[in-house]
Design a protein around this ligand. Structure first.
Ligand code: ADP
Length: 486
């Protein structure tokens, strides 16, 4: 029996307390999965109102009389089954709504200070600021926590191993160089092998340069980000550190995503009672005002509406979709022009196209349980979670061959079908033509209902849990810790 390993995770989001995307799902689900591997995770998160309202105010373990312009403290507590440290700094985090963007739709002007504070507190905790707490590993997630490995590095002395995980390289957190002193970094840190990034302070870059190890959320994305096409300016550094970069797929929380117990569904089901999905399909059609027709192929989308997700191509594919007799159910929010295009398409053909702009957990579940297929035509996709939910819920994933989508969905081509393999439709390149061909293939498969059923059932039998990824994280932590042992 190996001794429990203590990990301090630091992130700006954690499901179910605060979420804008997949980052929150991962940070929220990993602790329970890692507990089964003998790894104890405690996560440091900012004290947003959504967090402060949900936690029992626990013990104050550290006080900062002045942290970026105000008093702050770290509270040790738990909520929703998660062991937490909360950075209670009202002057930085007591703001409702989206964690990064103010009411005017612009980034909060002090985001540099807000997330420097979070990262500083993480490094402080990791360095032993709280008596009796000495984690073996500091695990920083995304740019908001990117300075944590940097602070840890520059403070010197004994320190735990550090891991930087990239959930999406598109979000990098770059701030003016003049803020170096204000965010608490030493002048010597502003170098190419430190925090300097094209003349600015790069928060994610700092983590990538100074953490002992880098992970990202799929093996394919781990390779893609080392190319100039997908590296977003960081590919040079990632090539340099290739030996310390690995890809570990995300899983999904099988309790949150369980079609047999899901309270958002009018009909619960599993692979044996797959025909009950029809009840959910009819409920979805009725709720969204689509023609209530169990025979119509219903394509679903649950997504941020941004360029990354390739959904502008779907807007262009609408005429062809109608020609195939398919219906479309879209749930999402994001870029205003894309929201407007979808809304206009739905207004023009409301019994065939339905769009709900906004964020709605329960509708997301109903779409996964009622749509026949889920479209994910992303231009890049670090891992992607919706295709995993789709497989679990018996919706066929129709995905672009990029990043984690390429690693998780097996294309149901002729040879795959002949060998009883294939869990969805995978297409490339990410163009309108290729998307239309993928929709055409989906419609053809839908007409061959017994083959469809076989593909659907293989998807449902695919292991999309956290079990294997958690074992990989645990193995990585142990390797890093043992390589640092004296
Ligand atoms: P990303 O993190 O890039 O947004 P992922 O596929 O990794 O994409 O994760 C998205 C997560 O957010 C999934 O759990 C998905 O179900 C959920 N989601 C996205 N948009 C919505 C929405 N409008 N309403 C409800 N859930 C959503």
């Amino acid at each position: 029996m190996t001794a429990p390993l203590q990990v301090l995770a630091v992130a700006s989001e954690i499901f179910p307390l605060v979420k804008t995307g997949g980052l929150a799902d991962v940070v929220g689900a990993l602790p329970a999965a890692l507990a089964a591997e003998g790894v104890l995770v405690r996560t440091l998160i900012p004290g947003y109102p959504a967090v402060m309202d949900r936690i029992a105010i626990g013990e104050t373990v550290k006080e900062y009389p002045a942290l970026h312009g105000g008093a702050a403290r770290i509270i040790q507590t738990s909520a929703a089954g998660l062991e937490l440290f909360v950075l209670d700094a009202p002057h930085l985090f007591a703001r409702h709504g989206n964690p990064y963007v103010g009411p005017n739709g612009k980034d909060w002007p002090d985001n540099a200070q807000r997330f420097a504070a979070l990262s500083f507190a993480a490094a402080d905790l990791a360095g032993g600021a709280v008596r009796g707490y000495r984690p073996h590993v500091l695990h920083a997630h995304d740019w908001q926590a990117g300075l944590a490995p940097a602070f840890l590095h520059y403070r010197g002395g004994e320190r735990p191993a550090s891991v930087m995980t990239v959930h999406n390289l598109a979000f990098q957190g770059a701030f003016p160089a003049e803020l170096l002193g204000a965010v608490g970094l030493p002048p010597k840190s502003f170098t190419m092998d430190g925090v300097e990034y094209y003349g600015k302070i790069g928060y994610l870059k700092a983590g990538l340069a100074l953490a002992d190890h880098i992970t990202t959320v799929s093996p394919t994305y781990a390779r893609e980000i080392r190319t100039s096409e997908h590296g977003m300016g960081l590919d040079g550094l990632l090539r340099l550190r290739a030996a310390q970069v690995s890809g570990i797929l995300n899983g999904i929380d099988l309790q949150v995503w369980d079609p047999l117990t899901d309270e958002s569904l009018p009909a619960r089901f599993d692979a044996k009672r797959i025909t009950k999905r029809t009840v959910n399909k009819l409920a979805l059609q009725s709720r969204l005002g689509l023609a209530e027709d169990p025979e119509a192929l219903v394509l679903g989308v649950v997504s941020r509406l941004t360029w990354q997700k390739g959904l502008d191509l779907l807007v262009s594919a609408m005429p062809m979709l109608a020609a195939q007799g398919a219906q479309l159910a879209v749930l999402g929010s994001g870029d205003a022009p894309l929201e407007a295009s979808f809304t206009a398409a739905a207004a023009a053909d409301p019994t065939r196209i339905a769009v709900q702009i906004g964020y709605d957990e329960s509708l997301a579940h109903l779409i996964q349980a009622g749509a026949d297929a889920i479209l994910v035509p992303s231009r890049f996709e670090p891992c992607g979670l919706t295709q995993l939910c789709a497989m679990r819920y018996g919706a066929l994933p129709v995905v672009a061959r990029v990043g984690g989508l390429a690693d998780t969905v097996v294309d149901a081509n002729e040879m795959a079908l002949a060998s009883k393999a294939g869990t969805g439709i995978v297409f490339s390149p990410v163009t309108l033509d290729a998307l239309e061909l993928a929709i055409e293939r989906t419609a053809a498969l839908w007409r061959d209902r017994s083959t469809w059923r076989a593909v659907q059932k293989r998807g449902m039998a695919t292991d999309v849990s956290w079990t294997r990824p958690a074992a990989q994280y645990a193995a990585l932590y142990r390797t890093l810790v043992s390589s640092r042992a004296p």
